[in-house]
Design a protein around this ligand. Structure first.
Ligand SMILES: NC(=O)c1ccc[n+]([C@@H]2O[C@H](COP(=O)([O-])OP(=O)(O)OC[C@H]3O[C@@H](n4cnc5c(N)ncnc54)[C@H](O)[C@@H]3O)[C@@H](O)[C@H]2O)c1
Length: 354
């Protein structure tokens, strides 16, 4: 099978491509614009594989996206390309509207045109898999309730509103034009190759440098964490075995407050990196509570029983095992972090500054 992955140079997309190319016989076409969040270094160990193709393209560019369909004739589309950072969406929502809404619309249109020309045998196989977030549901007021696939949409940030819009477009293209689509809504991911602006890598790298560890508000916001390799296995399960028109929630049943996560990272660093920056006795002393994010969601928690029941997917990592692997990865891969943060990677590989 040939899989067109959009956003394959990002955190989850690169994990997906590494998994497909090392654990299956499928081919991959990676369509990515290479924004600040896209990083080809994350695909270093697989990009010489002959089953891998890369196209540096903006999903908003109708002509170039159509050409990718013509040139590569994919069997399925897995759509991950997005602007994904909530804080950036609050500072500047424009790119989120362009990529997440207009870009998804464009990809749907090109997929629809391509699909209409397929043979009936290939039509049966074709899927448009839209990868989305649990943030479309808004947040949960209680302590024991969960997001299910039928939960009403109530997004809080420009990011989650743009993702909610894209989910609606995908459903409409399925219902109106018969484009065979599936949607997955996943909780917060963490793991190796995560861009260092996100909570977990940000805390690890700042602690190692002896910088403050900023925690929004009182730090009691609850997130449901999933190790990225578990997510990509779920995605491959859904695109190959999921039913057309269905939505699947994906989550790890790892609910933690943000302050708990930060303290767990500090504890792991005490064990794995005991030699601390000058003047620091304990990593936890670097924790600093800062002004809360506007519109900050209180709690996310996913009920992932549908994907477990219908497609037999369950996560393999607990938060404790996944977080340990993540901290170990960042300790061993300081060069990746430096190249991504300094912009050296972008100058060398794509000829632009960060
Ligand atoms: N990270 C999470 O915790 C999480 C959780 C649930 C769902 N998701 C969803 O999964 C997807 C991937 O998330 P991520 O964390 O890997 O994001 P990311 O920001 O790390 O990567 C996004 C990728 O998309 C590319 N991209 C951005 N705009 C583009 C455009 N206009 N055209 C082509 N490529 C473009 C970027 O270059 C980058 O490689 C997103 O759709 C996100 O909404 C993420």
């Amino acid at each position: 099978m040939k899989i067109l992955v959009t956003g394959g140079a990002g955190f989850i997309g690169s994990a997906l491509i590494r998994h497909i190319l090392t654990s299956t016989s499928h081919s991959v076409v990676n369509l990515d614009k290479l924004t600040y969040a896209g990083n080809l270094d994350s695909l270093d160990n697989v990009e010489t594989t002959e089953r891998y193709y890369f196209e540096k393209i903006d999903i908003c560019d109708a002509y170039k996206v159509a050409k990718v369909f013509d040139d590569h004739a994919p069997d399925v589309v897995m759509h991950l390309a997005a602007e994904s950072h909530v804080d950036r969406s609050i500072e500047g929502p424009d790119e989120f509207i362009k990529t997440n809404i207009i870009g998804t619309f464009n990809l749907l249109e090109q997929s629809r045109k391509y699909y209409s020309g397929l043979s009936s045998a290939r039509k049966k196989l074709f899927r448009f898999h839209h990868i989305s977030t649990d943030e479309v549901y808004g947040d949960l007021a209680g302590k024991d309730d969960f997001f299910v696939e039928e939960t009403s949409y109530s997004p809080s940030s420009p990011y989650s509103a743009s993702k909610a819009s894209s989910d609606h477009l995908v459903r409409a293209w399925g219902r109106t034009y018969g484009l065979p689509s599936v949607i997955t809504n996943c909780s917060n991911n963490y793991g190796p190759y995560h861009f260092p602006e996100k909570l977990i890598p940000h805390v690890i790298l700042n602690a190692l440098r002896g910088n403050q560890l900023p925690v929004y508000g009182n730090g009691l916001q609850i997130r449901d964490w999933l190790f990225v390799d578990d997510h990509v296995k779920a995605l491959l399960t859904v695109v190959t075995k999921g039913s057309v028109g269905e939505t699947y929630n994906i989550g790890g049943h790892n609910e933690k407050t943000n302050i708990e996560v930060v303290e767990m990272i500090c504890d792991l660093l005490e064990e794995l990196a005991p030699v601390k920056p000058a003047g620091i006795d304990s990593y936890k002393e670097l924790i600093e509570f800062v002004k809360d994010r506007p519109g900050h969601d209180a709690r996310y928690a996913i009920d992932a029983s549908k994907i477990q029941r219908e497609l037999a997917w369950v996560p393999e990592e607990t938060f404790e095992t996944g977080l340990r692997k993540t901290v170990q990865w960042y300790l061993k891969n300081s060069i990746w972090c430096e190249r991504v943060l300094s912009g050296a990677y972008r100058l060398e590989r794509i000829g632009v500054e960060k």
